[in-house]
Design a protein around this ligand. Structure first.
Ligand code: ZN
Length: 245
């Protein structure tokens, strides 16, 4: 199944394939879950991609690990520009990000049943971003155990996005030429951060999406690495396939 079938005449074909392959899990349509450490990461790392998928009819849900009353208000405004379906917020402090959050992410996965999860890149300079990437990796594995959860769910891929630290060898670039403006508009809703940083974030998003666009032969792009998830094993039927391609 194509995970980014932008240039295909996608929708009907994709849904058809998905229904065929849905098998044991209860998922009947593709969706994306974005898990981030802080309000603004969703816009800066994947704003154009989130909006693009929503426009293509693929629902996008966002789960944020930390926040404050003000930052959560900004997050709501940003996610509404990005066309997000469900937004899960927290008022947890930045310093309270640790592995105990794994179950919260498992809950978000079981509730939203995403085909793919987008989260941080583990090589990011920011410690919370590194922690978030690790928590998501473990949560994806944990959520797949049918021996633990009646409604266990297998995520097919994890896509890791970039914020400040550039990914040296991205696996995929998403053409966001048409949805960059929504990503930027959403970013600007995070006023408390924007002001503090003297336009740094807008400049970064502008420059990075143009760089990625140049590399991907389009005007603007967002880059990701793909992580194959660990899934529950070794005794699950879902671990075997009929053929490789
Ligand atoms: Zn962040």
């Amino acid at each position: 199944m194509e995970l980014f079938p932008f240039k295909a005449n996608g929708l009907n074909i994709r849904i058809f394939q998905n229904l065929i392959s849905s098998g044991n899990n209860k998922q009947i349509m593709d969706s994306i879950l974005v898990v981030v450490a802080h309000p603004d990461d969703e816009s800066l790392g994947a704003g154009g991609t989130i909006r693009k998928h929503g426009d293509l009819g693929i629902p996008v849900d966002v789960h944020c690990m930390t926040g404050t009353e003000i930052r959560n208000e900004e997050m709501k405004a940003a996610c509404s520009i990005l066309g997000v379906r469900n937004l899960y917020l927290s008022e947890r402090d930045d310093f309270a990000v640790d592995m105990s959050l794994r179950n919260e992410v498992v809950g978000a996965i079981l509730k939203t049943r995403p085909t793919i999860v987008i989260t941080h890149f583990s090589g990011d300079y920011n410690v919370n971003h590194q922690q978030c990437a690790q928590i998501v990796f473990e949560a994806v594995e944990w959520a797949s155990h049918t021996t633990i959860f009646d409604d266990a769910h297998r995520v097919k891929r994890i896509y890791n996005m970039e914020i400040n630290t550039l990914i040296s060898r991205p696996h995929v670039h998403v053409d966001i030429t048409d949805t960059y403006k929504y990503g930027l508009g959403a970013l600007k809703k995070h006023e408390s951060q924007i002001k503090k940083a003297d336009s740094f974030y807008e400049k970064l998003y502008d420059a990075r999406t143009r760089l990625r666009g140049a590399q991907a032969k389009c005007k603007r792009a967002e880059a990701f690495t793909i992580t194959l998830p660990e899934h529950a094993g070794p005794f699950y039927r879902e671990n075997s396939v009929e053929k490789l391609i």
